[in-house]
Write a protein that binds this ligand. Structure first.
Ligand SMILES: Cc1cc2nc3c(=O)[nH]c(=O)nc-3n(C[C@H](O)[C@H](O)[C@H](O)COP(=O)(O)OP(=O)(O)OC[C@H]3O[C@@H](n4cnc5c(N)ncnc54)[C@H](O)[C@@H]3O)c2cc1C
Length: 480
């Protein structure tokens, strides 16, 4: 019996082999040249939408028995190719495992299934006086399991750390169908694993008390004090600190049909929890660093907009993005270097501070993607990543496209441990082949391809710098 027949027999309606549905899973949110994508068998042979741990176990049992690859997927928002199949097989869409299992008010933690969307979790916690400690800006659609497997961070990470510091225990299902509960070093292996070890089926997360947040917006005329201000925000125990370049603010304003301002400067948004909030200390910090406080309505507006960075895509219509981590102390040099690289393009910067003195930075470059040269221009998204390496900057995550950067993303020690762990738990490379690491031929080929992309975009940088990205403004439809 074929494995697809087995899946249908055992899992019934949770399985689909309908070609239309299969095709819907051949991509994630990232924009990559079609030529590159055509190198992979991206359409899965079967999609499984498990609702229970038992469904996951049965799928993993059949996958091992028939030597079939398994690609886990949350909501596909990571854009690093991690949830895209590279050689068909089973696509495990986790989004229906989205229940909040237990809320422990006394001890301030919650047990959830991996497909819970961050904002839905916040709503479930609210009646218990609790809230998420951190939330990515994709939190209206991305899943808790997805952030853990990507090793992400978000709003709140300045105070509470990245996802690893928020999750204290997980359940996983590995090939063959065995369930394990992991904490400590074993759990650490699954953090940033991009689904290449097994399926995470439960997570225990620490929550914060649902206290009122106070928001402050500060204007800075240039990049010179941004890094220091981010570090000061940490000293003042801010819950969150974000910064937006003036061009990013302009793009947001234009996308909403409003007038935009000048080109220079940055807006910083600081948020504080109720007992920590100290207005005098914040005002003194702004004054010392040469920043000017903006109207309160502006701060509230920026907070309201936190989940909608992608609205600027309306100005594109294509949006090239590059994402990296850098020490706050290196922000100014990184900014200057990126500005030189992208001097012919219209681009915006959005960043937020993490707890360990680093910043997560996103660069948005607008383009029309209408002509043949747009293929060449796509490599521009990589220019900031190359530019910041000399200041200690690292690519935000690895997934498929950056698997050759694994050592710098995870650190050489963790990367090596992950390779050994993978070899032990998944020796034939069935789990999410092509991503991060593994000894299978397809994974080795993908790592080689990732290296070629990295080196190729570094070498072609001087040429792509000469090709300005062009934005073509879309006609705005009235929002409903
Ligand atoms: C507008 C926007 C804003 C963003 N903001 C942030 C941000 O603030 N911080 C941040 O860190 N990222 C951010 N991201 C990136 C992305 O949204 C996050 O990484 C998100 O957590 C991914 O979740 P997902 O459910 O979409 O996972 P997917 O993209 O579907 O999956 C991510 C990886 O995890 C694996 N995976 C998913 N679920 C499981 C599971 N249950 N078991 C095993 N493996 C699994 C997949 O195979 C894949 O490799 C943003 C993206 C966008 C588009």
């Amino acid at each position: 019996m074929s494995y697809r027949t087995c899946l249908h027999k055992v899992l019934g309606a949770a399985v689909s082999t309908d070609p239309e549905i299969l095709r819907a899973y051949d991509h994630d949110l990232g924009e990559m040249p079609a030529l590159l994508l055509s190198l992979f068998r991206r359409v899965p042979d079967a999609v499984v939408l498990p609702r229970t741990v038992k469904d996951v176990c049965e799928t993993m049992r059949i996958a091992l028995l028939h030597h079939v690859p398994v690609t886990p997927r949350g909501q596909g928002t990571s854009g690093y190719g991690g949830s895209m199949p590279t050689r068909g097989g089973i696509l495990m869409d986790i989004s229906r495992m989205n229940r909040v299992l237990t809320i422990d008010e006394q001890n301030g933690f919650v047990d959830v299934e991996p497909g819970v969307v961050w904002e839905n979790l916040a709503q479930a916690l609210a009646p218990f006086g609790l809230d998420n400690r951190i939330c990515p800006t994709s939190g209206l659609s991305s899943t808790v399991g997805g952030l853990f497997c990507m090793g992400g961070m978000g709003i709140g990470s300045l105070r509470y750390g990245d996802i690893k510091e928020v999750v204290t225990e997980i359940d996983v299902v590995e090939l063959g169908g065995s369930v394990r509960t992991l904490t400590g070093a074993d759990m650490d292996m699954y953090h940033q694993s991009a689904g290449c070890l097994g399926i995470v089926t439960r997570l225990r997360l620490l929550c914060r008390p649902r206290t009122k947040l106070h928001h402050v917006a500060i204007q800075f005329s240039n990049a010179s004090r941004i890094g220091t201000a981010m570090l000061e925000a940490r000293r003042l125990e801010a819950y969150s600190a974000s910064v937006f370049s003036q061009e990013y603010m302009n793009m947001q304003a234009e996308a909403a049909g409003n007038a935009s301002g000048g080109k220079q400067g940055f807006t910083m948004l600081l948020s504080f929890e109720e007992p920590v909030w100290n207005e005098d200390a914040v005002q003194a910090m702004a004054k010392t660093l040469g920043g000017s406080l903006m109207p309160q309505s502006m701060a509230e507006h920026e907070w309201e907009q936190r989940f909608y960075p992608m609205r600027i895509k309306r100005n594109g219509p294509a949006l090239l993005t590059g994402e990296f981590l850098i020490k706050c102390t290196e922000f100014q040099r990184a900014w200057e270097s990126i500005s030189r690289q992208l001097s012919k393009d219209r681009f915006g910067l959005e960043a937020f501070a993490c707890h360990n003195g680093t910043m997560s930075v996103l660069i948005y470059i607008l383009d029309s993607a209408e002509d043949l040269a747009s293929l060449m221009r796509m490599g521009k998204a990589m220019l900031p990543l190359h530019a910041v390496e000399k200041f200690g900057g690292v690519v935000y995550s690895s997934g498929l496209w950056f698997s050759s950067r694994l050592d710098s993303v995870l650190g050489a020690t963790k990367a090596q441990r992950l390779r050994e762990y993978k070899q032990c738990r998944d020796p034939h490379g069935q789990m999410n082949p092509g991503k991060l690491c593994g000894n299978s031929g397809v994974t080795r080929a993908c790592i080689l391809l990732s290296r070629l992309i990295w080196v190729g975009t570094a070498l072609s940088g001087p040429i792509s710098r000469l090709l300005p990205c062009r934005a073509r403004r879309l006609r705005l439809h009235k929002e409903v």
